[in-house]
Design a protein around this ligand. Structure first.
Ligand code: GLU
Length: 320
């Protein structure tokens, strides 16, 4: 008798960019991805997305690792640094160019802006100017063809998603004009190399997912499933960032922030554990993990600006 193949063992990951200290938004992604992996009896890997070298902040990577360790968020295996993976990105880029899926583009940002405006497209959507060649101009970046691709997927939290990639984004950059590999290419090559089965991250990356799925298909790599967590926003709806006043949550503030992150994810940690050491709180969270209570919303108010238990109360946000 034929048996269906056993599902691949769960492999999840957290992939912070070392552009600053751990903050509330990245902690939510860390603890959400950690708990999904542990609940599945799977592995939780850690990768430092340090490919965008001009944005790296010295010492940030080590600081993030220290904060995670202090909270008891222990990862499996060695930390992967994107800066060590350039050969893999080069090989993937070479394959895409060779198969005609990608092409050099000579356009400057200003030219792309003008061309998308002239073509009546949404701002920044690339109309494919260099698809047929650069007309003898030197290539600056490399773009991936989108060729009418319509991408649909079911997010584990947010449900059915779809995007007409060519209309919404256009052929997109996979190697930048400054010579750096684009995030979209690096993340796909890395997640595939690590055998990641589910990507859990903030919903600020939801609209990157169709580009990444398109890359998986062009590279012939097995696609993971997707689970996008709500992101914390200011009352005006802006993503929390240094500019909008997101506080670093390392050191002594970390256990309190972990409690708030769990509340944000609808997990209702007991008030008595507020400020308890990270590992203790995490043990509670593992034992009581309920993914069905995560608010199925792309964004929620920043709990540090309101009573966090109210901001995350499932009856207030509801499921859509
Ligand atoms: N490094 C990215 C960030 O910090 C996240 C990458 C990902 O989870 O796909 O925003």
């Amino acid at each position: 008798m034929d048996h269906p193949p056993a599902p691949a063992p769960y492999r999840g990951r957290f992939a912070p960019s070392p552009t600053g200290p751990l903050h509330f938004g990245s902690l939510v992604a860390a603890v959400g991805s950690y708990l999904r992996a542990r609940a599945a009896g799977g592995a939780w890997l850690l990768r430092m997305d340090d490919i965008d070298t001009p944005r790296n902040v010295p010492g940030a990577a080590d600081g993030i690792l220290r904060d995670l360790e202090g909270l008891g968020l222990e990862w499996d295996g060695p930390v992967v640094y994107q800066s060590d993976c350039l050969e893999a990105y080069t090989a993937a880029l070479g394959r895409l160019l060779e198969q005609g899926a990608a092409y050099p583009c000579a356009c400057s940002r200003a030219e792309v802006r003008a061309a998308s405006e002239a073509a009546g497209l949404a701002p920044g959507v690339y109309p494919g100017t260099c698809r047929g060649g650069t007309g003898g101009r030197p290539g600056r970046s490399v773009r991936l063809r989108t060729d009418g691709a319509r991408i649909a997927f079911t997010d584990g939290l947010l449900g059915r998603q779809k995007q007409d990639l060519e209309a919404a984004v256009g052929d997109f950059v996979i190697r930048r004009a400054d010579g750096l590999f684009a995030y979209q290419l690096a993340v796909v090559v890395d997640d595939a190399a690590a055998g990641i089965t589910e990507v859990v991250r903030g919903s600020d990356l939801l609209d990157s997912t169709p580009r990444q799925i398109h890359l998986y298909r062009r590279l012939g790599l097995p696609e993971p499933t997707w689970f996008h967590l709500p992101i914390a926003v200011t009352p005006a709806g802006e993503k929390l960032s240094k500019q909008t006043g997101a506080e670093a949550i390392g050191g002594e503030a970390a256990p309190e922030a972990l409690w708030r992150a769990l509340a944000f994810l609808g997990q209702a940690p007991p008030a008595a554990l507020r400020g308890a050491p990270g590992p203790e709180l995490l043990a509670w969270a593992e034992a009581h993990w309920d993914p069905g209570s995560i608010p199925a919303r792309a964004a929620l108010p920043d709990p540090s600006r309101a009573d966090p238990s109210r901001a995350a109360a499932p009856e207030e946000v509801g499921r859509e």
